[in-house]
Design a protein around this ligand. Structure first.
Ligand code: IPE
Ligand code: IPE
Ligand code: MG
Length: 242
């Protein structure tokens, strides 16, 4: 076996992981508890996974917390989810700063109650100097709407059609400054993107697991990263094993 160079070792670790945190409702149902209890358990699992990801050397972690389609849910459930995000930010931002975690918001603040929108803006501003890991929180997020907004903002900036490039579109998404996704984990056994970072996912590797989000563990995160390291990312070419 040949010794691994630092650069090849680095390639085995994804730079950017996205997690579609699904299955809170089914986790609660199997325990005879309310959906809200499931969401609460889901939120409690966020901090340990951020910490584990940072310890494993992940530089960008994107979490899908609330899609624009989730507004279709009963209003009590939606209100509960809004409340939980507010509580999470109130409770955890000081710890995130201590742990050097920068927060970036993905999606739109339109339609979110002013008090919660302010908490999100404030958390982003307070953690702006942190640089151990960037935590992108996709909240009130739609991948398609994010692309539409990018197109609008490019047009408003006066760029000519010839000036539009993939890099320019990326720079106008709410994930601006964040590299494309290397690996997407989805919990709860569903195999779909549900409008999550569809532009940034163009060449992502997928890792679905049956486990519901509240039961997702750092060990499973490690397993996903280990499996990622064995994938041959060909990008349309013939790959390194050819
Ligand atoms: C994920 O859990 C959390 C959000 C989508 C906000 P779900 O609430 O979708 O849980 P299931 O899919 O109903 O089990
Ligand atoms: C995706 O989960 C959104 C989040 C995890 C926030 P959903 O539960 O909303 O997705 P679908 O409806 O099953 O596709
Ligand atoms: Mg779901």
């Amino acid at each position: 076996m040949t010794a691994e160079t630092p650069s090849s070792a680095h390639q085995r670790i994804p730079l950017h992981i996205g997690i579609i945190m699904d299955g809170n409702g089914r986790w609660a149902a199997q325990k005879g508890r309310s959906r809200h209890a499931g969401h609460r358990a889901g939120v409690e699992n966020i901090q340990p996974i951020i910490r584990a990801a940072a310890d494993m050397g992940i530089k960008y972690l994107s979490l899908y917390a609330f899609s624009t389609e989730n507004w279709r849910r009963p209003s009590l459930e939606v209100q509960g989810l809004m409340l939980l995000l507010g509580e999470f930010l109130d409770r955890e931002v000081d710890t995130l700063i201590k742990e050097n975690v920068r927060i970036q918001h993905l999606g739109s603040l339109d339609g979110i109650a002013p008090q919660l929108a302010e908490k999100i803006r404030y958390s982003v501003a307070r953690t702006a100097h942190c640089d151990r890991i960037t935590l992108c929180v996709a909240f009130n997020y739609s991948g398609r709407q994010d692309i539409v907004n990018a197109v609008k903002s490019i047009i408003n900036s006066g760029v000519s059609a010839e000036g539009v490039t993939e890099q320019l579109v990326s720079a106008h998404l709410s994930s601006q400054g964040v590299p494309d996704l290397d690996l997407i984990i989805r919990t709860s056994g569903e195999w779909r993107l549900s409008n999550f970072m569809i532009w940034e996912a163009a060449y992502s590797e997928y890792w679905p697991t049956q486990v519901y989000w509240p039961d997702f563990t750092p060990q499973l995160l490690q397993q996903a990263i280990d499996d990622y390291g064995k994938r041959d990312r060909r990008y349309g070419g013939i790959g390194s094993k050819a």
